[in-house]
Design a protein around this ligand. Structure first.
Ligand code: IPM
Ligand code: MG
Length: 357
């Protein structure tokens, strides 16, 4: 019997409510398939600042390092958003975790759910059948480049965008490998007409494309990509880009499928991988038992697939999620005819569906 060790980091806002459902589902899959599950909770984000004054405590880092996977909820608290002078911010916890675990690639699959297509802001014919993967570089660029700060008089601020060959090569290799297992097309998104880091990205992508001759490599400026994602999302297969562009484009890409509450993500790299919904901490909904748990439940499917190499377990979770949606057992954000269910009811229904298989 295999023991799966996971670190559970609920974080802030709706984090604890949605992670609880994903954990229930994970437990039922382990029981069904005969795996032993060991898990331990850790602090991260605003709740960690409140408890110990550090958004990513050393104890949490050690827990992550000793685990096979991290299941993560969300981070962020409005009391910090409107205070530009705060010395520590919850988001620093997430950035520290990404850097400390070497999570250089964030993978966000963008797929449509037939029962949700009518919720898309786009016309059905544009969005039906969309299926691509965004690969965002996660530990470089403007987020981490130094110097970063303010002049002494406080009236000038600066950030630095830095990328090394090594950082660009490893993320592009990963993207080419993903493309090999899919439709053999990658789109490298940059701003090489203006920015020098982007020119290095493009140069290296051109070099590497010689090694992957079976892959169709396409280059696109980020402003154009923002438009193409809306106009012709079916033309993408694997989209790869740097940190900040990826942050922006993946929010855009996520909503074309119908709801931000549906999309999971995996952050992978050197140490333990992290699985999390792509949405934020949704503080307005915290404690109300109304948040959509499906993105987090689908993140646990990605965890089985990427961290444990267990495809059957991942498929079982996805089938259960599809069944819940087809039966209308969904939260209010994606409900029809005012018939909606609570976060815990959706989690319970999916867990029981798995138990019955
Ligand atoms: C994301 C989020 C984070 C980011 C924030 C919370 C720091 O927007 O994971 O996309 O900008 O990377
Ligand atoms: Mg973001």
């Amino acid at each position: 019997m295999k023991t799966l060790k996971i670190a559970v980091l609920p974080g802030d806002g709706i984090g604890s409510e949605i992670v609880e459902q994903a954990l229930k589902v994970t437990k039922s899959v382990c029981q069904k398939m005969g795996h032993q599950l060991e898990y331990q909770e850790g602090l991260i984000g605003a709740c960690a600042i409140d408890a110990v004054g550090n958004p990513y405590p050393q104890e949490t880092h050690e827990l992550c390092m000793q685990s096979d996977a991290v299941l993560f909820g969300a981070i962020g608290d409005p009391k910090y958003d409107n205070n530009p002078n705060a010395k520590v911010r919850p988001e620093q916890g997430l950035l520290k975790m990404r850097k400390a675990l070497g999570l250089y690639a964030n993978i966000r699959p963008v797929t449509t759910f037939p029962s949700l297509i009518h919720k898309s802001p786009l016309k059905q014919e544009i969005v039906k059948g969309v299926d691509f993967i965004c690969i965002r570089e996660l530990t470089g660029g403007l987020y981490f480049g130094r110097p970063q700060g303010r002049s002494e008089d406080g009236n000038t601020a600066y950030d630095t965008c830095v990328y090394t060959r090594e950082e660009i090569e490893r993320i592009l290799h990963l993207a080419f490998k993903f493309a090999k297992g899919r439709n053999k097309k990658i789109t490298v998104v940059d701003k090489a007409n203006v920015i020098s880091t982007s020119r290095l990205w493009r140069q290296i992508a051109q070099e590497l494309s010689q090694e992957y001759t079976d892959i169709d490599t396409e280059y696109m400026f980020v402003d154009n990509a923002a438009m193409q994602i809306i106009q012709a999302p079916k033309n993408f297969d694997v989209l790869v880009t740097e940190n900040l562009f990826g942050d922006i484009l993946t929010d855009e890409a996520s909503v074309i499928t119908g709801s931000l509450g549906m999309l999971p993500s995996a952050s992978i790299g050197v140490h333990t991988s992290v699985f999390e919904p792509i949405h934020g901490s949704y503080p307005q909904a915290a404690g109300k038992n109304i948040a959509n748990p499906l993105a987090t439940i689908l993140s646990s499917a990605l965890m089985f697939e990427y961290a444990f190499d267990m495809q059957k377990e991942a498929d079982l979770i996805r089938q259960a999620v599809t069944a819940s949606m087809e039966s209308g057992i969904v939260t209010e954000d994606i409900a029809e005819n005012n018939q909606s269910y609570s976060t815990t009811e959706v989690g319970k229904w999916i867990t029981e569906w798995i138990e019955k298989q």
